[in-house]
Design a protein around this ligand. Structure first.
Ligand code: PMT
Length: 402
């Protein structure tokens, strides 16, 4: 997976620096050209000689050579297909998040336009520190990729998250980044995700069990494949995927407004959100008090956003979802035809490992002409890639899968 690719590996000063030896060895064995940069602290944990021997190239450690000459850091940054920081300490993550470039490694990071894969390793209390977490979230938002640390017993004797991810995981993430398809470059994808909340009073609302995972996976996969992604999301506990523009909404009517605002500029719309079909007819301004008798709620219809997009649709490819508890494919077919979707992702939410608030899904892609493509259970990111493959086929003017 790494053959012929140029990887710059930045090693910073933590006990896990010794694992850089295995990482360099495995990368070079896979056929990658590896250039190692070590910070001053990293050299206290492992010798540059070890990593230069394993990589077959001198290790770079300073911005300036022994005679005061400048080390060609811009070349190192320019030539990289991928920059991996492993282990990445809290210190280096903080410096990058602040835009500081006070040594060779941080200077190369600032000058690098290739993807950057950050593999944090540190004491668990440091890792949980809100400052470190804010820095990580900031970098994710700026498009940096992360392999999270593992939990377990740390070198300091404490237990918790902070152990450098396994070399296998780091290599797999590096391979994914280097081999990512860019077939959506230049394409603008609008994704909806999560539930809507329909307020009853200042403290209560009607909603559903959507976690947002499915829609966020679609947004992340589209961004990885080069799309410009706008993610219109109801309330979720998820961090937005790297490189995606997040528009947060609460109610179905807010979602409608946000979606219609972005629709004309979009090439593809994928509607994974679980939009409430009904809302309370009246929203009480005060908390509704309980009384002795029953309470009857009157509900009124929310706008059907997908159907509205189907009516306005021009060149756009429109993909809907259908969460069903019976006859999923038949109902999805009716929805595809009624709402003008190019295809519907039919979701039997009663199936094991499918639907709301789980990490996997089991879906069928249902086309208005009656074709059905059934996918086995897989994680939501893999489902997202299948959906994008089907969209890519339609964009090429093909007949889709099946
Ligand atoms: O978020 P997760 O926990 O990962 O769960 C994923 C999911 C189950 C929410 C997702 O896979 C899914 O099935 N999403 C669609 C849920 C839904 O609302 O289905 P529906 O059959 O009610 O709606 C059909 C389509 O019309 C959907 O694309 C929906 O976004 C859209 N719709 C529905 C109602 C409405 N008022 N406006 C809409 O646009």
């Amino acid at each position: 997976m790494l053959a012929g690719r140029r990887i710059v590996l930045g090693v910073t000063g933590g006990i896990a620096a010794y694992k850089a030896a295995e990482l360099v060895g495995r990368m070079t064995k896979d056929g990658a050209g590896v250039r190692v940069i070590m910070t001053r602290s990293a050299q206290k944990f492992i010798s540059p000689l070890t990593l230069s021997t394993l990589s077959g190239h001198p290790v770079s450690t300073d911005l300036f050579g022994p005679g005061g000459e400048s080390v060609p850091h811009i070349d190192l940054a320019r030539e990289a297909d991928l920059l991996v920081l492993a282990p990445a300490t809290a210190n280096v993550i903080g410096k990058i998040a602040a835009g500081i470039a006070d040594d060779l490694l941080t200077t190369v990071v600032l000058a690098c336009t290739a993807p950057v894969l950050v593999c944090p390793a540190m004491n668990c209390r440091m890792f949980r520190n809100p400052i470190v977490q804010m820095n990580i979230e900031k970098l994710k938002g700026l498009g940096f990729h992360f392999v999270p640390p593992e939990s377990g017993r740390l070198a300091c004797g404490e237990e918790g998250p902070g152990r450098l991810a396994s070399v296998d995981k780091i290599l797999a993430a590096a391979g994914d980044l280097l081999n990512a398809r860019r077939d959506f470059a230049g394409c603008r994808v609008l994704v909806t995700a999560g539930p809507t909340r329909e307020p009853l009073d200042p403290v209560r609302f009607l909603s559903n069990r959507s976690s947002g995972r499915m829609g966020y996976a679609v947004a992340a996969a589209a961004a990885e494949r080069g799309a410009g992604v706008v993610l219109v999301s109801g309330p979720t506990a998820l961090a937005p995927p790297a490189g995606v523009t997040l528009v947060q909404v609460t109610t179905a009517r807010e979602m409608l407004e946000a979606v219609l605002g972005h629709f004309p500029q979009s090439d593809v719309v994928i509607k994974a959100a679980a939009v409430a079909d009904y809302r309370p007819r009246a929203e009480s301004l005060q908390k509704i008090k309980k009384s002795a008798g029953e309470l009857r709620l009157e509900l009124e219809r929310n706008p059907d956003i997908l159907a509205e997009l189907g009516r306005r649709k021009g060149r756009q490819i429109l993909v809907g979802f259908a969460a069903e508890t019976e006859a999923a494919e038949e109902n999805a077919m009716l929805k595809a035809r009624a709402k003008g979707a190019d295809f519907i992702v039919a979701n039997d939410v009663t199936a094991l490992g499918a639907g709301f608030d789980v990490t996997t899904n089991v879906v069928s892609l249902v086309y208005p002409d009656g074709r059905v493509v059934r996918l086995p259970q897989m994680d939501k990111k893999a489902v997202a890639h299948h959906i994008l493959d089907a969209v890519a086929e339609l964009r090429r003017g093909g007949a889709g899968h099946g």
